[in-house]
Design a protein around this ligand. Structure first.
Ligand code: UD1
Length: 462
């Protein structure tokens, strides 16, 4: 890449962020057994933050195993808006951030993708200033950013919020942030990532205590280290970063998506089907595997990166509390709720990470589930059958839960608001069709076909 500055118009021809998914519905004919193998894509949450991390480097960055998702396309557009040259070739992104421009990421884009706020850390570290609109609320909660802001202030940044935009800058002749000890009140994934990226190019040592331990944080650290950053302890609750003045070119593969893998494990369990998945990193799925085992499924790790689920004849109820990693992931809560609706007995699900992440309950109940909610707790009473119904996806993982419920329900389930699904699952329908599921996308308003499609129909996903 030549690294020429580009205008804020994104150079992301393959990375369209505006599919027609909000005008489409997904029809699922339930109770078809699944069989076979699924290829797991690169991790969405790693890819998004590693793309932001590429801002730290003025040489070429090549990212491999990047999933083709609406969120990735949005992040590409946001990077393009601050002068990054970015090209996509299949699952490879070529990124060159050599000539950043003094522009603000457009609010229309940042408000659609909370992860785009994380560019504030690397931008500030590279340029000594950054202005990024506040992301605002989202479907699952208010999601403030005060931990990011306080951490950047601890690293020496002046930060003020003006007309909904966070302005951050570093005073002094060399405009470099200064290493500091930072304690996070809560192990926020995004704040840990923002601050780790910012500290990478700071002067001196930064220690982040009570850091998030999610695998995506460790993946970002490995990416930064592959560019020459000095980071220790990522993946534990204490991360130590010794700032370096400059990073170099890199060719880096994104880790497999543990949430996509977990979703397919639940697809196997809920349809009582044996399926295998790869590539995966079993250690990233410990909490999910433990729950499935408790419920009666067998999980067989066939090789370091292939896993098979042998579901139980029936699945027993179990309680779930979402927690920061290595606890049970909030991003798997909705999918497990779908599974627990068909399990034997009563389960209690407590959502502790986000305040508004039980909106799928009403939709699952429309399908015949028996779930009651009080505050952040849902009581799921297992039922013998779910029945297909028209339902609305309320957020990304809620959409996955409805797909899973639809796979197990009698009759046809029709899911609308598919834009959520397309944010985070690469070719979900195609992958499910390959396993034998009967589902298809049609334009909203078209009557549901009485018959399931005989031939697998390609989805509208890219
Ligand atoms: C990331 C993931 C998301 C996942 C979540 C928790 C990405 C792109 N997204 O989101 O899929 O569900 O981790 O595993 O990686 N909070 C504050 N103040 C802050 C920051 C966070 O109060 O400054 C709160 C949030 O509102 C939320 C909780 O902390 O209630 C967890 O948020 P956080 O860990 O930051 O999640 P994200 O990084 O946004």
């Amino acid at each position: 890449m030549e690294g020429k500055p580009i205008t804020p118009a994104p150079n992301t021809s393959n990375l369209s962020a505006s599919p027609e998914s909000d005008q489409q519905v997904l029809q699922i004919w339930g109770r078809e057994p699944l069989k076979g193998h699924v290829k797991i894509s690169g991790a969405k949450n790693s890819a998004l933050v590693v793309m932001a991390g590429a801002l730290l480097c003025s040489d070429d960055c090549r990212l491999r195993n990047v999933p083709s998702l609406v969120d990735v396309a949005l992040m590409a557009q946001i990077l393009a808006a601050v002068g990054v040259k970015i090209e996509q070739n299949a699952d490879v992104l070529e990124i060159n951030a050599s000539q950043l421009i003094d522009a603000q990421a457009p609010y229309e884009l940042v408000s659609q993708l909370r992860a785009s706020f994380f560019i504030i850390g690397p931008l500030l570290a590279r340029l000594g200033f950054a202005k990024v609109p506040l992301p605002g609320g989202c479907a699952i909660g208010a999601r403030p950013v005060e931990l990011h802001v306080r951490g950047l202030q601890a690293l020496g940044a002046e930060v003020h919020i003006d007309h909904g935009t966070v302005h951050a800058y570093v005073k002094g002749p060399n405009k470099r942030l200064k290493g500091a000890k930072i304690y996070l009140d809560y192990p926020s994934v995004g704040a840990t990532e923002t601050l780790m990226m910012a500290a990478t190019l700071a002067e001196g040592e930064t220690v982040i205590e009570n850091a998030a331990q999610e695998p995506e944080v460790a993946d970002l650290a490995n990416f930064c280290r592959a560019m020459g950053a000095k980071i220790q302890g990522a993946g534990t609750n204490t991360i130590v970063i010794s700032g370096v003045p400059k990073l170099h070119s890199v060719d880096y593969p994104i880790i497999p998506d543990r949430i996509e893998a977990g979703t397919f494990l639940v697809a196997g369990a809920i349809t009582h089907s044996e399926i295998s998945l790869s590539p995966i990193i079993p250690d990233h799925l410990t909490a999910v595997i433990a729950k499935l085992q408790t419920m009666g499924a067998k999980i067989i790790v066939e090789s370091p990166d292939i896993m098979r689920i042998v579901p139980g004849r029936t699945h027993s109820a179990t309680d779930i509390e979402t927690l920061p990693y290595p606890g049970f992931p909030t991003d798997m809560q909705a999918q497990f709720m779908a599974l627990l609706t068909l399990s034997e007995g009563d389960s209690i699900i407590k959502e502790t990470v986000f305040e508004n992440r039980l909106r799928h309950v009403a939709e699952l109940n429309r399908m015949g589930a028996d779930i009651r909610v009080k505050g952040n707790v849902a009581v799921v009473r297992g039922v013998a059958r779910l029945s297909g119904a028209p339902v609305i996806a309320t957020d990304l993982r809620a959409s996955a839960a409805l797909v899973l419920a639809g796979l197990a329900a009698d009759g046809v389930t029709t899911i609308s608001s598919l834009q959520h699904l397309d944010r985070g699952y690469e070719q979900l329908e195609v992958k499910l069709q390959k396993l034998g599921a009967k589902l298809q996308r049609v334009k909203e308003g078209e009557p549901a076909n009485a018959e399931a499609p005989v031939e697998p129909v390609r989805s509208g996903l890219k």
